[in-house]
Ligand binder design. Structure first.
Ligand SMILES: *Cc1c(COP(=O)(O)O)cnc(C)c1O
Length: 482
């Protein structure tokens, strides 16, 4: 990890693992990449994996598993009810977070569905540091209203604040006073704040938020999907945690919150999800919904094999060598891009490298989706698939007008322990070529726009023939090269 110094003085994100199983990937010629992007309606979600060179869409369900995880899958106990696999997983989770009850669910949003069902009433307010797409969708679906009370610094793309995911304590107190605590369905803290660039939340902040929630009797919900990055930053950026055991940190998080849920597609490097709480009342209400929407209480819609892999993956998440790999790769890429003058979210967070599309394509107006356009251009330029995290990822307002995102970001996620340093260098190289030719990037417009979560399967088209011009420039500069 990052504490290993090189004689050269260079800061190298050294891999603390070796690769023993590989998957071949293909880099198509640029003409093919352009055609694939067009067939996918300029939406990177609609690309086919076989056509992609480096898939940086997400870290969801795409993380490399360890040999111990694969081994554990073979001893899964297949039974509908009372599976030993469930009890193994439950023991691991209780040990990590020190919470009493565990409910399984098939993925993170399924947890959000259940939590929203029991906590959210019509017009109730959910206060949070920042929303995640599926969180917002589930709370809105129940008639709830979301209020984001993150620190102002979070909206600054370039900052030196080490914890841009922190909740603003003043805003929290004001919101409680303004709405009255009975109108507030929950306070939600998201670890490794996804949509603002994988930015962490400090323990000091969580402690303050917890104190206020406890004194007001408001439930504090913790989304631990991106916990591992946040754990890394507690240790690296928060002095008093430098020498603390990772388990002491997770136990403290458990002691400060009323409910923890997570997507195990991210935390635990498998595929699934889960909810933990020591609150008997909430547990009782949620327990009725799990068999209805997910599956019986001892599998919750998950395969027992995935649950075994998850139990091991969760234990391995308490190893700094394991969890440091993503943030140090993110930092390496962000620093490289910053040195080349390419605008990225700073300080580097977890999850991935986030390009600032508003600055990268400053000539593309927000009405023409600069982050979506950049996502298409990055795929055409290098076969690299990122995810638009800007206006396309938002939902239109009730009256049909566009809801412009606070930031127009292109996220290049690092699936955990999947890519190598030479691939990171390739990414930086193609991005610097694209940046030098950024004036060729044009806007996009919708041709097919779903009402809910439109970013998943909406289709767009370029304004003008800019993809062709970009490809022609590529040929001029790279000749026959892919
Ligand atoms: C991915 C994610 C979710 C949703 O999890 P899924 O398993 O994809 O349904 C919720 N919250 C955060 C912070 C996430 O990153």
């Amino acid at each position: 990890m990052s504490s290993i110094k090189f004689f050269s003085g260079e800061n190298v994100p050294l891999e603390m693992h070796k690769v023993r199983m590989v998957q071949k990937i293909h880099l198509l010629p640029i003409e093919k990449r352009m055609q694939c992007m067009s067939e996918a309606g300029y939406n990177t979600f609609l690309l086919k994996n076989l056509d992609i060179f480096l898939d940086m869409l997400t870290d969801s369900g795409t993380n490399a598993m360890s040999e111990n995880q694969y081994a554990a899958m073979l001893q899964a106990d297949d039974s509908y009810a009372g599976s030993e696999t469930f009890y193994r997983l439950e023991r691991v989770l209780q040990d990590i977070f020190g919470m009493k009850h565990f409910l399984p669910a098939h993925q993170g949003r399924a947890c959000e569905h259940i939590i929203a069902q029991i906590l959210v009433q019509d017009k109730s307010i959910a206060l949070m540091n920042y929303h995640f797409t599926t969180t917002k969708a589930h709370i809105s679906r129940m008639g709830g209203i979301i209020e984001e009370i993150i620190i102002d610094e979070a909206y600054k793309i370039q900052s030196t604040n080490p914890f841009k995911g922190n909740m603003d304590i003043d805003k929290l107190q004001k919101a409680i006073k303004q709405h009255g605590k009975d109108k507030i369905s929950m306070v939600r803290i998201e670890a490794g704040t996804n949509l603002i660039g994988g930015q962490p939340v400090s323990m000091a902040n969580l402690r303050e938020v917890s104190k206020i929630c406890r004194s007001e009797g408001i439930k504090l919900i913790y989304d631990a999907s991106l916990l591992t990055d946040n754990l890394y930053f507690h240790k690296i950026r928060e002095n008093e945690y430098k020498n603390k055991d990772l388990k002491e940190i997770t136990r403290e998080i458990g002691s400060l919150t009323d409910l923890i849920y997570f997507s195990a597609r991210k935390l635990g490097a498998a595929r699934g999800g889960g909810i933990l709480t020591s609150d008997g009342d909430m547990f009782g209400k949620m327990r009725e919904l799990v068999p209805l929407f997910e599956g019986f209480l001892t599998y919750g819609g998950m395969s027992v094999r995935e649950m075994e892999a998850m139990a091991i993956g969760l234990q391995e998440s308490l190893d700094m060598d394991v969890i440091s790999q993503t943030p140090i790769f993110v930092e390496a890429l962000c620093n490289d891009l910053t040195a080349k003058g390419i605008p990225v979210v700073s300080p580097p967070g977890g999850l991935g490298c986030h390009l600032d599309a508003k600055a990268f394509c400053s000539h593309v107006p927000q009405t023409e989706y600069p982050a979506g356009a950049l996502a298409a251009a990055v795929f055409i330029a290098g076969g690299i698939r990122g995810m638009e995290r800007g206006t396309i990822s938002e939902q239109r307002n009730e009256d049909g007008t566009e809801h412009y995102a606070d930031m127009e970001l292109l996220r290049l996620a690092f699936p955990k322990r999947v890519f190598t340093l030479s691939q990171v260098k390739y990414i930086a190289d193609r991005l610097s070529w694209l940046y030098a030719n950024r004036n060729l990037i044009g806007g996009l417009e919708f041709v097919e726009e779903p009402k809910v979560l439109r970013f998943f399967f909406g289709r767009l088209q370029p304004k003008g023939d800019w993809p062709q011009k970009l490809a022609a420039q590529f040929r001029k500069d790279f000749g026959e090269s892919l």
